[in-house]
Each structure stands twice: as C-alpha cells, then as structure tokens.
Ligand binder design. Structure first.
Ligand code: 13P
Length: 252
C-alpha cells in the first residue's frame, strides 16, 4: 500500500555529537505524537548511522544513508557498501540525488548498480529524479524526468520496483527557497505515476510513494502534501531544524 513518508536529508551537515542530539530531539517529539501512519526517516551522514540507530526508536523512525558504493566490496578505498550500511541497522538509502549526479558524476549506469546492490542488501532506495532550471524553462521537464526513470528504475523487475520510493526534486527548487507550486508538484507527480503505470501497470504505480523535495518547509508542506499524488517529502534544510521538521510531519 502507498505510504506517507517524510524523510530528512541532512546532507553533509552535523558532526556526530550534533547529529545524535538532533536525532534524539526528533525521536522525543515523534514518539510522543499519537500513532500516525506517516513514516519518518532521517538521512544522516555515514559516520552517524550506527549511533543514531541506537539513539532512536526504530519502530517509529527509519534511518537512511545518503549514498552507497556501486560495488559490493573490494579494493575501493573510501567507499561504503550497501551491506555495510545495512549492518548499521539503517534500512534506507537515498540514491541519485541531483547533488551526487552533478558533483560526483553519477550516471544512470552507476545508479543502476547502486540500486541493485541496495535492494539485494535489503535497503529501501529513495530514488531521486528531477530537472534543472534550463529544462523547466523550456517546458520539457516531463521528457527529462521520464528519461531518468527509463534509464534506471524502469529496468527493475516488478518485484524489485515495489521495494523503492521515488523522490521528485526539481533542481531549481533545492536549497533555493523557491518551491514548486502545488499545481506544478501534482502535475509532475501524476506524470511520474503514469510513466510507472505504463511500465509496471496500475496496481504497482498506485502503490509507489512519490515524495516531493525542494525547499519544502513548515509553511508549504501541508499544501504540497494535500495533492493526490504527493505522498510526502524529502526535506533538506528544514530537516536540520527540529520544530520545522515536526511541523512538516504534521503537514499530513
Ligand atoms: P532543501 O529542502 O534544502 O531544498 O533540499 C531538498 C533536498 O535536496 C532533499 O534531498
């Protein structure tokens, strides 16, 4: 069944002590909330994963890495494998974030290996897609995003596809304070769902959670989440502020 999800992406922020403190504060507030059907996830730096898993109630808060290696193991100095991530107790991994595609030259081919390894190791990929401003300005965002999906997650088997979450993050909205309007978000989320339906059928398309990311905050979350095809958010800056993050969770 389609889930409502609010996932924080801390990016390269917080040292270990700050991260634990932040996670504990989120944990206190989330565990004191009445039972909710919203899945809360914290995407922390690798160095924090094991400690944060111990610091929160993992029945209420899932923990995500922000990347994984494209290889299972071996002589790849500095890489962190999907198996290593899973062994910390984390259950999710953010893959294909535009910052990684852009600054670390992650291609669809590399992403396909990462997605497969994540799934093989029991991690839920949070697969990111989304267009840059120049594409939005020419009105070709649907074709751009469709191509991203076709080169990656559309290659999965239906069983593996069911294991992932999609995050649509327009690059022009990330960290800019410029959010997609509610209409823009709904329009492209519905389009993404239609691409999935074409490939995997309606049932699977209806079940996949599609999160919105890009300057989603305490003020605009409610309006964005009210859309039929927006199943939650992938939150950057606002996930570092406990009160804002909690308000976003309460946006449902
Ligand atoms: P901001 O919420 O800071 O715009 O970042 C969004 C994002 O990149 C989440 O992955």
């Amino acid at each position: 069944m389609r889930k409502k999800i609010v996932a924080g992406n801390w990016k390269c922020n917080t040292n270990l002590q700050e991260g634990i403190e932040l996670a504990k504060k989120v944990n206190t507030l989330v565990t004191s909330m009445a039972a909710t059907d919203v899945v809360v996830v914290l995407g922390t730096p690798f160095t924090h994963l094991a400690k944060i898993v111990e610091s929160v109630n993992t029945a209420r808060i899932g923990i995500a890495a922000q990347n994984c290696a494209a290889e299972a193991k071996g002589a790849f100095t500095g890489e962190i494998s999907a198996e290593m991530i899973k062994s910390t107790g984390a259950d999710y991994v953010i893959l294909g974030h535009s910052e990684r595609r852009e600054y670390y030259a992650e291609t669809s081919e590399v992403l396909n290996r990462k997605i497969s390894l994540a799934i093989e190791n029991g991690l839920t990929p949070i697969y990111c897609c989304g267009e840059p401003l120049r594409i939005r300005e020419t009105g070709t965002q649907n074709a751009f995003v469709k191509n991203q999906l076709e080169e990656t997650i559309c290659n999965l088997s239906p069983d593996d596809f069911r294991k992932l979450i999609i995050a649509y993050e327009p690059i022009w909205a990330i960290g800019t304070g410029k959010t997609a309007t509610s209409e823009q978000a709904q329009e492209i989320h519905a389009f993404i769902r239609s691409v999935i339906a074409e490939k995997f059928g309606n049932e699977i398309a209806e079940d996949v959670s599609i999160l919105y990311g890009g300057s989603c905050n305490a003020k605009n979350a409610k309006e964005l989440f009210a859309n039929k095809d927006v199943d939650g958010g992938l939150i950057g800056g606002a996930s570092l502020k406990v009160e804002d993050f909690i308000q976003i969770i309460n946006g449902f």
